[in-house]
Design a protein around this ligand. Structure first.
Ligand SMILES: O=C(O)C1=C[C@@H](OP(=O)(O)O)[C@@H](O)[C@H](O)C1
Ligand SMILES: C=C(OP(=O)(O)O)C(=O)O
Length: 432
């Protein structure tokens, strides 16, 4: 197993950075570009392993995709142009690719088999399999189709009216993508708003998506037309540096061109609530997404309570927020976040165990955690990344408030979403 020694970083962070492209938008740009008529170009594409998985899967279905670093060109095959793949499709570690892809394949009258790595093979798929079966797709796999490997045979689909049973953008997106192939109007009802990149990007490709209150309607059979896409910086990646700066007195970090879609900005609300000094400049749009520059300064922190509608707006940021909470004055309570148990690892258990190992008093609850803040330096030692990129990055950021060396096991998983994470962290670290 590979390991990385991370020395304590006693000084502050200073400087400016552009984090890599948004992972959710990068995945969707390949998927919609493949289903479009004509050419789609993508700038600032995230070259993390999960998004490369999406490229590979669509190539395997006959789509011509050229990737040159973070610039991608896709020659669309139209709604009915994907071919059968000779080999089973390898979904690696990527939940987003798997669930959105199932939505697309549900409407294509071909046979596909899908498999993934150990982590992905434990993650529940019935959340998308159930509505897709209701629309007419034939899906089977372990646990009656809940777990990979799965096989799917799509066909002419019936539209459905589907109320999301979990607050998941992946499920919403899978149903909407299947809705493209259905005869009639598919409606998704989301009781709590989740990230809306699928809706925005479908509109950019010329698809009419009607949104009224908590309902999203999409008429099947619409043509997607290739477009030029620019991907904003990923706020979920920026969050690691926002929290890193907030942790250290005298730090000041600016993150440029970060996506500020309101369905993703829960981290900004929480940092403000915890007393972090921030400046946000939100005057621009990149394509259909608002972007801006975020400047964060270090200082004193107070605990906060995170629950309800806020949770889907910062779901992937909870591990790094938990680290920040361990340095705050008072208690931080995270509730309504049981979804964390179904990510690359059980992130409630992984975060609490990691914090406990660092000497922090933290307790897991079924749907979240309670963290007692303190100003004691954290303990070093050998830490697992749990093969989860976001846990790996959380442990690495802890080196800023740890007096002892950290040894991180399997740091390479960080390249799932952030291939140059350590270079970017080093570039902001000012040695006195
Ligand atoms: O739609 C997406 O791109 C994503 C949605 C979220 O998952 P859920 O839909 O399972 O909440 C998030 O955790 C994941 O990293 C990306
Ligand atoms: C949960 C994540 O991704 P996915 O569901 O696509 O594996 C993540 O990036 O934190």
């Amino acid at each position: 197993m590979n390991q990385m020694e991370i020395k304590p970083r006693p000084h502050s962070l200073r400087g400016t950075l552009r984090v890599p492209g948004d992972k959710s938008i990068s995945h969707r740009s390949i998927m919609l570009g493949s289903l479009a008529e004509g050419k789609t170009t993508v700038k600032h594409f995230l070259t993390g392993e999960d998004c490369i998985t999406t490229i590979n899967v669509f190539r395997a279905m006959g789509v011509q995709i050229q990737q040159n670093d973070d610039e991608v060109t896709i020659v669309g095959k139209g709604l009915n142009g994907l071919s059968e793949a000779v080999e089973p499709l390898n979904l690696g570690n990527s939940g987003t690719t798997t669930r959105l892809l199932l939505g697309i394949l549900a409407g294509i009258p071909n046979h596909y088999s899908l498999f993934g790595d150990t982590s992905l093979s434990k993650r529940p798929m019935n959340r998308v399999v159930d509505p897709l079966r209701e629309m007419g797709a034939t899906i089977d796999g372990r646990e009656h189709g809940n777990l990979l490997p799965l096989s799917i045979r799509g066909q002419a689909l019936k539209p459905i009216h589907y109320r999301l049973p979990v607050n998941s953008a992946q499920v919403k997106s899978a149903v909407l993508l299947a809705g493209l192939f259905a005869e009639g109007t598919t409606t998704v009802m989301e009781p709590v708003k989740t990230r809306d990149h699928t809706e925005r990007l479908l509109e950019a490709f010329g698809v009419k998506v009607v949104r009224e209150d908590d309902l999203i309607h999409l008429e099947g059979g619409q043509t997607l037309t290739g477009v030029d896409i620019e991907v904003p910086g990923d706020i979920s990646s920026a969050a690691f540096f926002m929290c890193a700066a907030a942790l250290k007195k005298d730090s000041e970090v600016t993150l440029k061109d970060v996506g500020l879609n309101p369905t993703r900005t829960g981290i900004i609300d929480v940092l403000k609530d915890m007393g972090v000094s921030m400046e946000i400049n939100t005057t621009r749009h990149i394509g259909d997404e608002p972007v801006g520059d975020i400047t964060v300064k270090g200082g004193t922190l107070n605990g906060a309570t995170l629950s309800g509608e806020l949770i889907p707006r910062l779901i992937d940021e909870l591990p790094i927020i938990a680290l920040l909470a361990s340095r705050a004055e008072g208690k931080t309570i995270i509730k309504d976040a049981e979804e964390l148990r179904y990510k690359e690892t059980d992130r409630i258990k992984a975060v609490v165990d990691t914090l406990n190992q660092m000497g922090v008093k933290a307790d897991a609850t079924q749907d979240g955690m309670v963290i007692e803040g303190s100003s004691n330096p954290l303990k070093g030692g050998v830490f697992s990344s749990y093969h989860d990129h976001r846990i790996g990055m959380m442990v690495a950021v802890a080196s800023l408030v740890c007096e002892e060396e950290i040894i991180l096991e399997n740091p390479s998983c960080i390249s799932i979403s952030y291939p140059n994470f350590f270079e970017d962290l080093d570039s902001l670290y000012v040695q006195a």
